[in-house]
Design a protein around this ligand. Sequence first.
Ligand SMILES: Nc1ncnc2c1ncn2[C@@H]1O[C@H](COP(=O)(O)OP(=O)(O)OP(=O)(O)O)[C@@H](O)[C@H]1O
Ligand SMILES: [Mg+2]
Length: 498
Amino acid sequence: MGAYLQLKNISKLFYHVKVLDQVSVDFEQGEIHVVIGENGAGKSTLMKIVAGFFKPEEGQIILDGQEVSFQNPLDAIGHHISMIHQELMPIPHLTVAQNIYLGREPVNRLGLLDHAALNQKAKELFEMIGVDINPKALMCSLSTAQVQLVEIAKAVSFQSKILIMDEPTSAISDKEIEKLYDLIFKLKADGVAIVFISHKLDEIFRVADKITVLRDGVLVDTKNACELNKDLLISMMIGRDLTNIYYKVPAQLGEPVLEVCNLSKAGLFHDISFTLHKNEILGVSGLMGAGRTEVMETIFGMIRPDSGEIRIHGQPVEINSPSDAQKHGIALIPEDRKILGLNLKDSTGFNVSICSISNFIKAFMVDNSSENEAIERMIRDLNIKVNSRKTPVVSLSGGNQQKVVIAKWLLTEADILIMDEPTRGIDIGAKTEIYKLITQLVQNGKSVIMVSSELPEIIGMSDRVIVLCEGKLTGELTKDEISQQAIMRHATQQAATH
Ligand SMILES: Nc1ncnc2c1ncn2[C@@H]1O[C@H](COP(=O)(O)OP(=O)(O)OP(=O)(O)O)[C@@H](O)[C@H]1O
Ligand SMILES: [Mg+2]
């Protein structure tokens, strides 16, 4: 008898392009099996086949000794296979309990929805798996990490024997990740087969029993995690060694370009002051919910502050909208790329050049050849995996969509670039390319604010770091002072009690 779930020679085409080619992998119960590979390698597609979202052109799925073929995701759920997607899709205006039991809500004798029973069921489910969330809360009031936990709870409620998690930790902070791990380890102990897709190398070695590497739709290998290390894994993934991940060149800080003075917004942040210099990469660290994104959105004109001042090149400015911010040379690469960043149905090229189209105008006309040249350069530099610049963004893999957003803002003439989690969900090879580009940008006189929850990236790239905690600025570290301990101390505000 073979493994619990066996994939045999799975191939998948999208519009005549082979995105999976004869992939064979086995998954066992009670194991955490990590699937890794560059953006566009085919990880999500492979697992969507297992979860009934796509049908393969070739190959077999053998579940518990029986060949199966799923017509749709419900079919897979019926076989106790659940998938939590890279892009979470909760129904925001329903409660947590309603989201979990959607379509199978308990009813009373009159056939009406029995709210009390519904909430009780969810409460018991949460107690069983040790999750502390109010079943009556609206889904839209939850943090990403909580939504993630609710999705897992939902999978548990279907008695899932196979749980697929597509980059579950890419959008949540270190502290919340621990809760997620606890739950995953618990499910593993209960005999669930867990498939875990991730780009975070540290995390992979923490959770994985087995690791499967995909490259360009082809299986590279499956190994026991204990047989691998980071360097080996990187070279399996990208087909070469990667010696220097951070291309940081320490900056000679120039004059202040952006000064934020006593900025406050009730309920979000209080009395924030900092300065960004020419040629500088200013790291912004802090736990989820520290107010980092909100401060950045305020600088970019998306939130009106209650008080405080923003100065650009020494001059106080009024920024009432993102277009005001753009006029002052500020660009924001948003954290939530789906909502704020892209026109999904439009082509990759359109999305890349949309914010910088004015740069390509010659004699009142858009100069298409220079525009296309710039688009092609971005696609090349960021290694965006796409058939042509005409391909609609919607058909790109998650990570490649993110690269499109980054490309779009890198092309603008902005000299202050605010990047909110710039490498979330991006593979290690492309990350390195992005770091290289950021380094070039600041060497060429631009300034970058980099908000990131990944400490190695903050430490590797920043000239200075500011730390926020619960809406307040709790620390400011110069290059020599930057360390994981120092950042964590400020981020959890232990510094204040010392
Ligand atoms: N719905 C779709 N239509 C057309 N092409 C698609 C579709 N979904 C994925 N692809 C293509 O299939 C390939 C594999 O994509 P997939 O999403 O599986 O990558 P991935 O390994 O999950 O990458 P990432 O790390 O960026 O999430 C990519 O080239 C992508 O453009
Ligand atoms: Mg994916």
